[in-house]
Design a protein around this ligand. Structure first.
Ligand code: SF4
Length: 519
């Protein structure tokens, strides 16, 4: 008897094992109906359903397929039919004994995440009704009109920068208010009304609140501030350079809102400064004179706080430099003040991208920051540039669990943004040491993504210590002497053997492909 493959034979042996038993009529009818369907329809699913049911009855109650009057020949006809219909020749044994159980096992791995993701880490899209309520309340309190709310200038004009206004908008305990007052003597606080509307009242450690409203630790954390690495890596005015082919132009020290975890907290937001054109020219001159430089990141602060004319000019100047092949703009504005992104800016992005690839690099740390508004802005930007990439920071209470980080990565991917990096929060600034997360916690979170969410939703996990250092664990357990590599599946820990390419064959250039015909 030809079963087609070993798995189909195994399946038959299983369903025909056990006893031939008397079965209830309803069960006989059910099986008969499945059989008739499997025979009459030119589909694989009814055949799979019949075999799965027979297998289940056998495994659960020890009932042989003979109990329903089947013999191997007639079921083999169905197995052949299955294989013939399937475009890839998949056998019913392969499907029932291997493929379906693999999917069922995989589903168990994400069960907990799927059950919790919208409760523990709701996105701004799921929270939209509450955000709209917050918006109404904030507009009323601040006396904003719709025009104010919908414009960038309105968002900045009514930005919340002092404790008095903050306490009208967000209900915080007296002690917290006192601390905000203490901290804001040293560090700037600014939330746009839009960003404030993302904060959920009643959620004590709301992830948007944590990112925008300082707590006492920011001044109480003891320790000497380590000078920003940039101080050692700024070879020219406005320039940071860690690598031979990539440089950063720190084009402004301003942002629309100021983050409590800002890596550049020592410089950003202290005092708004409009940079002199000479400074930009000096930075551009450095780039012109260094022919190794291929990729230029224009950041800040936030590059999108610059006027459109200046953004256009910088991009045009970069496009004029032959050896600069690509550009990036660093901005968090699409999640903090999406009202800023106007048609003119979108046109500028597209024009520049047409000349040489332009990417927009953003920072989104919680799914809560993705609302229908920011999603639409990212959609518009993504149509005009070659990629929109996210650089999140792993932050305590904000995204330091599988559920929160996975949800963040999936949500931004659905909002046209590609998860790119997750930084372990820097050790250099004592101001936010309390928000740091141990490296291993991050490894578990990020590596757990493999095999469980789309590959291009998985960011690289990075430490910044004078450049970006990957923090992923190795999954290569051993290079065995027999030519196999012992690998670990990051999502389950399962060990698998992976035969390596033969090094001798690899070295033998004389026998490689067309080369051998000429010797
Ligand atoms: S947007 Fe970036 S540069 Fe601006 S405060 Fe936040 S982390 Fe710092």
């Amino acid at each position: 008897m030809d079963y087609g493959d070993a798995l189909t034979k195994e399946l038959f042996d299983k369903i025909f094992s056990g006893e031939k038993k008397e079965v209830y009529n309803f069960l006989r009818d059910e099986i008969n109906e499945l059989y008739q369907k499997a025979k009459s329809e030119e589909l694989t699913a009814p055949i799979v359903e019949l075999f799965r049911k027979l297998l289940l009855l056998n495994e659960k109650d020890g009932i042989s397929a003979e109990s329903f009057g089947f013999n191997r020949e007639e079921l083999l006809e169905l197995a052949d039919k299955h294989k013939n219909i399937d475009e890839h020749g998949v056998t019913v044994g392969g499907r029932v004994l291997k493929a379906i159980p693999i999917v069922e096992e995989a589903n168990k791995r994400v069960e907990e995440y799927l059950a919790k993701k919208d409760i523990e880490a709701p996105s701004g899209i799921e929270l939209w009704d509450k955000i709209v309520e917050n918006k109404k309340r904030i507009m009323e309190t601040l006396g904003m009109t719709d025009k104010d709310w919908n414009s960038y200038t309105g968002q900045l004009k009514f930005a919340i920068e002092d404790v008095e206004t903050l306490s009208k908008i967000i209900d915080l305990p007296e002690k917290a208010i006192t601390d905000v007052l203490r901290v804001t003597k040293h560090y700037r606080m600014r939330l746009t009304p839009y960003y404030a509307s993302l904060i959920m009242p009643g959620n004590i450690n709301d992830p948007v609140l944590l990112q925008s409203v300082p707590t006492g630790e920011m001044v109480d954390n003891v320790g000497v501030e380590i000078p920003p690495v940039a101080a050692d890596h700024s070879p020219a005015r406005l320039i940071d350079q860690f690598y031979p082919r990539v440089v950063t132009i720190k084009s402004t020290n301003m942002c629309a809102m100021y983050c409590t975890h800002c890596l550049r907290i020592a410089h950003i937001g202290k005092k708004d400064r409009i940079y002199n054109k000479k400074a930009y020219l000096e930075a551009l001159e450095y780039i012109k004179n260094n022919k190794n430089i291929r990729d230029v990141l224009v950041t800040g602060g936030d590059a999108f706080v610059l006027p459109n004319s200046l953004i256009r000019w910088i991009l045009e100047e970069l496009d004029k430099i032959d050896h600069v092949k690509m550009k990036r703009l660093g901005t968090r504005i699409p999640v903090t003040t999406p009202q800023r992104v106007d048609q003119e800016l979108l046109d500028i992005l597209e024009e520049s991208n047409d000349k040489k690839p332009l990417r927009v690099v953003t920072q989104i740390n919680t799914a809560q920051e993705i609302t229908p508004i920011s999603k639409e802005v990212f959609k518009q930007i993504s149509k005009r540039v070659s990629a929109v990439l996210n650089q999140a920071v792993l932050l305590r209470g904000i995204n330091d669990s599988k559920v929160k980080m996975w949800k963040l990565c999936e949500t931004i991917q659905e909002a046209y943004v590609r998860p790119y990096y997750v930084f372990n929060c820097s050790y250099r600034n004592p101001q936010f040491a309390h928000m740091r997360v141990p490296v291993q916690v991050g490894q578990d979170i990020i590596e757990g993504m493999y095999g469980n969410i789309s590959g291009d939703a998985i960011p690289r996990y990075i430490a910044t210590a004078g450049g970006k250092i990957p923090l992923h664990r190795t999954n290569v357990v051993e290079f065995a002497e027999d030519g196999n590599i012992i690998l670990r599946k990051p999502w389950s820990g399962e060990i698998v053997k992976y035969p390596d390419a033969d090094p001798e064959t690899y070295k033998n250039d004389k026998q490689f492909a067309f080369r051998k015909y000429y010797d």
